[in-house]
Design a protein around this ligand. Structure first.
Ligand code: PLP
Length: 434
């Protein structure tokens, strides 16, 4: 038996192969521990983390204030079920979300659940109850989750939808701006208007759901004018604007919510991922008059708003609401942007550098003129990066976008080293692709 075969990584990979559902896609990385923006695998290899557990570590692995709050909460009680015995951490998270909410209205309320998909489902339930309307409008390249309703709202057939129908009814899809590929805000607004002419009566639409920066769909920030124009259309027809900030929120782009950058006040905001600092927690927040449309018993769940996750979330929200966090996030964004622009100047396969603040990505293409997506190169790049000690993710409808979800506590030195590895991996991937 070779040394490699005896490694702890291989032992876990073999067991994973034998016991874990194949439908969960996994890389060849078995984590032992993580701190800040560093991860170590079970064989002692160290990695710089540009993925943050898929956008869940905006405040870094093991935020000390969250870890201390978790320890304290663990010693008190682990679970009550908010519908059986109320507890203050749940109420406090809702109070903090009300203070930080980007939504319109003075009196904000929240529902806490376990995952982004569950929060999206509940945002739709609330919007339907508030408006008495059934339909939901979503956008090209959206990702809203993997449960039946949220999967229906998601826009990628393989791997998210193939074989999983029939899908939920009353979901309509409109174009979303994608300037790099020629779809402007005007095109998207016209597309929505023609959807309202041809497919669905706007008077029967409860809500639109939009990510201000499309995440899984390719890290595509909405152009400056689009959220405002969409909100105006929504207001005209009495449609609620649901802002999906599961990936872009909790400081990912610098401010607590990406929508703050657009000067638009949505009707509901959905958060998740980094909210629990690594523990499962998600929320729907909005004005009391909308959120309270659902009578008691209509919302909830056994584990939603688990007290330990809430204790961590209070520490996370305190952290991301500080000027220091925002300034550091923006500085990381500037440094990343400069370096990625540099890479784009040297590597032909980079078609576009885009994003908001430190939520940035490289779209890879076979050829800058034809813009044919270079999906194989993205896969080779993430693999080569991991071999060199950098955890990196791809995304995009064609899987050809390299996205950066680095914990926003990373040092300049680690950031620079990570970017060096990214470029090396990209060059190696391009050579391997030839
Ligand atoms: C924008 C957005 N919405 C919803 C979800 C679903 O969240 P979860 O995986 O926690 O169900 C995701 C997950 O990536 C997301 O990026």
């Amino acid at each position: 038996m070779s040394l490699r075969e005896r490694s702890a990584t291989d032992r876990v990979l073999a067991a994973r192969q034998r016991y874990v559902a194949a439908g969960v896609a996994t890389p060849e990385l078995v984590v032992d521990r993580a701190v800040g923006a560093h991860v170590w695998d079970v064989d002692g290899r160290e990695y710089i983390d540009f993925a943050g557990g898929l956008g869940c570590q905006n405040t870094g692995h093991g935020l000390p204030t969250a870890v201390a709050a978790i320890h304290e909460q663990v010693d008190r009680y682990l679970h009550q079920c908010f519908m059986v015995g109320m507890y203050e951490p749940y109420v406090e998270v809702c109070r903090r979300l009300a203070e930080l909410s980007p939504c319109r209205g003075d009196e904000q309320k929240s529902l806490l659940v376990n995952s982004g998909a569950e929060a999206i489902e509940n945002a739709v339930k609330i919007a339907r109850a508030a408006t008495g309307r059934p339909a939901v409008v979503v956008f090209d390249r959206a990702f809203h989750g993997r449960t039946l309703l949220s999967m229906t709202m998601t826009s990628k057939v393989v791997p998210y939808k193939r074989g999983f129908g029939p899908f939920a009814p009353e979901i309509y899809r409109a174009p979303a701006p994608y300037p790099y590929r020629g779809v402007t805000s005007d095109d998207a607004i016209h597309g929505l208007e023609s959807l309202f002419k041809g497919d669905v009566d706007p008077q029967s639409v409860a809500c639109v759901v939009l990510e201000p920066v499309q995440g899984e769909g390719g890290f595509i920030p909405m152009p400056d004018d689009f959220p405002r124009r969409l909100k105006e259309l929504c207001d005209h027809y009495g449609i609620l604007y649901v802002d999906d900030e599961v990936q872009s929120g909790i400081g990912r782009t610098g401010p607590v919510w990406a929508i703050e950058r657009y000067g638009v006040q949505p009707d509901l905001v959905v958060s998740g991922k980094s909210l629990g600092g690594g523990l499962p927690l998600a929320a729907v927040t909005g004005p009391a008059e909308i959120v309270d449309s659902v009578p008691p018993g209509g919302l909830g769940g056994t584990f939603g708003g688990n007290p330990v996750a809430c204790a961590a979330a209070l520490a996370v929200l305190d952290e991301v609401a500080t000027d220091g966090f925002r300034l550091r996030a923006e500085a990381i964004g500037d440094r990343l942007r400069g370096a990625l622009d540099g890479i784009a100047g040297r590597v032909d396969a980079v078609g576009e550098v885009r994003g908001l603040g430190p939520m940035l990505a490289l779209e890879l293409v076979e050829n800058r003129a034809t813009k044919e997506p270079a999906a194989a190169l993205a896969t080779k790049t993430t693999t080569a990066a991991r071999d060199r000690g950098l955890i990196l993710l791809s995304c995009g409808l064609y899987g050809n976008v390299i996205r950066i979800l680095v914990p926003l506590v990373i040092s300049d030195e680690d950031l620079d080293r990570g970017l060096e590895i990214l470029e090396e991996a990209l060059v190696e991937g391009a050579q391997r692709a030839d």
